[in-house]
Design a protein around this ligand. Structure first.
Ligand code: COA
Ligand code: AMP
Length: 631
């Protein structure tokens, strides 16, 4: 079947299409209702189906006779360890941890926060929750205690699972004190904190709520798989929105496992028994979908990589991992390729490894620059596929569906719509735009299975954020355009969300923190272009009238404040002091104008500007600071 035929069928007869796709999953009770509406009138998939995601990732493969096959490879250049786990081994630890969770009172429907570095136990913790129908919420290790506390208060976990420490290049990061601080800050108090002691020397302050991971697993009986409804939330994953408060994306179970399982062949063209590597982090959606669930559902070995593309120990790491574990298909963020290219422009490290196992390279998380794709292809002669998705969608919405029909490479395009996504480009008033006209990327409802089923206990925000702009359509928050053949180019976010090294961050959230500095009267944070990280945040501050703080002092204090309140991952390193900011007469900061000026793009001064001299002032200041295109 061609891509066009396959895609058209998914759009013209979605119920029939997804009914067939769902047959690739072993349900405990097959769904008879394929597409229906939930109590809020939002479409849901396979409502009466029953299954268990952990069973499908582990037990099923053991029942099928693959218990001794490798399920998970932990490769950690930062601790110089490689450990391989078979399905039997993973299942045994996961089932015991699940039993341990039950013994601590965790039941089906309870929430559990997981705050862990990239170690195999993080995956075991997620699967253990899924096994007993508990809803996990993984929080990325780069977030500070305040961010963790916000999530604790929102999803009210009964238990938190953590590890003693993470490692960032050459730094040991003690996680447990962060968890204690977050619990102190939060109003909701979890009953227990399960701590895996990595024995790397990190401080583990003891609290009454602590439970030792090893002791719990050792002393617990294996728990059986709990049967859950297809619509039962598998997880909540918080992502940045346009306000300071993150959005808790809720993922169902049945729709998600159906699309993930099928996507392994249809999009990534990878088979059971092969090796798939998504070099991301379990704290992001890529980690949830393509480090944990999709490969394991497909019986494809997955790699949990605790390192970076560079400096752990150098720019050869990726190639060493591919060679050593015979990776067949790989997925990473374009930033990683840019980082490697910067350190090894001639690809000398690449030449030292046999990469013949690798068939396809996928990139996502941010816009792929053509130069990096070209560099990659010059040194490794395989297709490099840009594809695009969001925490909300859970799996790709634009891609080159390599397992169905590999489409010709279109430089700069993130591909064509994936099955089930009826993508349109709209103008502001909701009229559909034709080829090569830039507008807002939207998708007609129903979205395909596996996409968000709502925001955690916040129906109103769900509607306001995604559904109310264009009734009947899901609003992605991205801008873009398509060509005559249906290839889509994503031009970037149209809201206050930025993408720093593939990490999604909210500039409004940073603004809230910057404005807490006692010397700051007013501020704006925008994402500017960066050759390595794609985008980086830059803060503009207007100081209080009587302030005489030195710039370096102010910058240092604000950077620390942002690290303490949001986390190091926010990567805010530049603060620019200005006397005024470009604003509309109604007082709205013209952020896009600000961004375009810093990036050296053509800009238009809107007629609604309050004070045109703010532009010349800004340019004068930027010339002094030598930032962005003013370097
Ligand atoms: N726990 C604690 N801190 C973390 C962290 C974690 N899990 N992940 C990142 N940080 C910290 C880093 O140490 C760094 O702190 P610093 O400012 O004190 O050095 C800060 O957060 C920013 O991290 P990062 O954006 O990763 O920048 P970097 O300079 O350390 O590395 C790259 C740059 C390009 C090598 C790195 O960003 C990378 O590997 N990117 C790949 C993108 C990716 O995997 N994206 C996931 C979505 S698909
Ligand atoms: P996240 O929710 O963290 O996965 O971030 C989702 C956002 O990242 C999207 O809304 C896009 O703005 C951006 N993004 C992801 N993949 C791509 C891509 N291939 N091209 C352009 N932007 C992308």
């Amino acid at each position: 079947m061609t891509y066009n035929e396959f895609y058209s069928e998914s759009i013209s007869n979605p119920e029939n299409f997804w009914k067939k796709q769902a047959q690739n999953i072993k349900w405990f009770s097959e769904p008879t209702k394929i597409l229906s509406d939930n109590e809020n009138g939002y479409p849901e998939w396979f409502a009466d189906g029953e299954l268990n995601a952990c069973y499908l990732c582990l037990d099923k493969h053991i029942e099928d006779g693959f218990g001794d096959e490798i399920a998970l490879i932990y490769d950690s250049p930062v601790t110089q360890q490689i450990k391989k786990f078979t399905y039997n081994e993973v299942k045994s630890e996961v089932a015991k941890l699940a039993g341990g969770l039950k013994s601590l009172g965790v039941e089906k429907g309870d929430t559990v926060i997981i705050y862990m570095p990239m170690i195999s136990k993080a995956v075991f913790a997620m699967l253990a929750c899924a096994r007993i129908g508990a809803i996990h919420s993984v929080v990325f290790g780069g977030f500070a205690p305040t961010e963790l506390a916000t999530r604790i208060d929102d999803c009210k976990p009964k238990v938190i699972i953590t590890a003693s420490s993470g490692i960032e290049i050459d730094r040991l990061l003690a996680y447990k004190p962060f968890v204690d601080e977050a619990i102190e800050l939060a109003s909701h108090k979890p009953e227990h904190v399960i701590v895996f002691n990595r024995k790397l020397g990190a401080r583990i302050p003891f609290k009454k709520y602590d439970v030792d991971y090893d002791a719990l697993v050792y002393g617990s009986e294996e728990a059986a798989c709990e049967i859950v409804k297809s619509t039962h939330p598998l997880y909540i994953l918080y992502t940045s929105g346009t306000t300071g408060k993150p959005k808790g994306i809720v993922r169902d179970t049945g729709g998600y496992v159906t699309v993930l399982k099928n996507s392994m062949k249809q999009i990534y063209d990878v088979n059971p028994g092969e090796v798939f590597w998504a070099a991301s982090d379990v704290g992001w959606v890529v980690g949830h979908s393509y480090i944990v669930y999709a490969p394991l559902l497909n019986r494809t070995a997955t790699i949990v990589f605790e390192g970076k593309p560079v400096r752990t120990p150098d720019a050869s790491t990726f190639w060493r991992v591919i060679n050593e574990h015979k990776v067949n298909v790989m997925f990473t963020a374009p930033t990683a390729i840019r980082a490697i290219k910067k350190e090894d422009p001639n690809g000398d490290f690449i030449k030292q490894y046999d990469l013949s196992s690798l068939r396809l390279q996928f990139l996502a998380g941010e816009r792929s620059d053509i130069a990096s794709i070209d560099w990659y292809k010059t040194h490794i002669n395989i297709p490099v596929i840009d594809h695009c998705w969001q925490t909300e969608t859970g799996w790709p919405m634009l891609a080159n569906m390599a397992g169905i029909e590999l489409q010709p490479y279109k430089p700069g395009s993130a591909g064509k719509p994936v099955i089930g996504y009826n993508i349109k480009i709209f103008n502001e008033s909701g009229e559909e735009l034709g080829p090569n006209k830039e507008g807002f990327i939207v998708a007609k409802l129903p979205l395909p299975p596996g996409t968000l089923s709502g925001l955690w206990q916040n129906e109103q925000r769900f509607k306001e954020s995604y559904l109310s702009q264009y009734p009947g359509y899901y609003f992605t928050g991205d801008g873009g355009y398509h060509d005559e053949d249906g290839n889509i180019w994503v031009t970037g976010r149209v809201d206050d969300v930025i993408n720093v090294a593939g990490h999604r961050l909210s500039t409004s959230e940073m603004e809230e923190v910057v404005s807490q500095h006692p010397e700051v009267a007013e501020c704006a944070v925008v994402g500017i272009e960066d050759t390595l990280k794609g985008q980086i945040p830059v803060g503009f501050a207007i100081l209080k009238n009587n302030s005489d703080i030195e710039h370096f002092q102010l910058q240092h204090e604000i950077i620390q404040l942002v690290r303490n309140k949001i986390g190091a991952v926010a990567a805010l390193k530049n603060i620019i002091v200005v006397d005024k900011l470009p604003k509309t007469r109604s007082g709205k900061t013209l952020r896009k104008l600000l961004r375009d000026i810093v990036d050296g793009k053509n800009y238009q001064i809107p007629s609604t500007i309050e004070d045109e001299t703010s532009i010349s002032h800004l340019i004068e200041v930027l010339e002094q600071y030598k930032i962005g295109s003013f370097k």
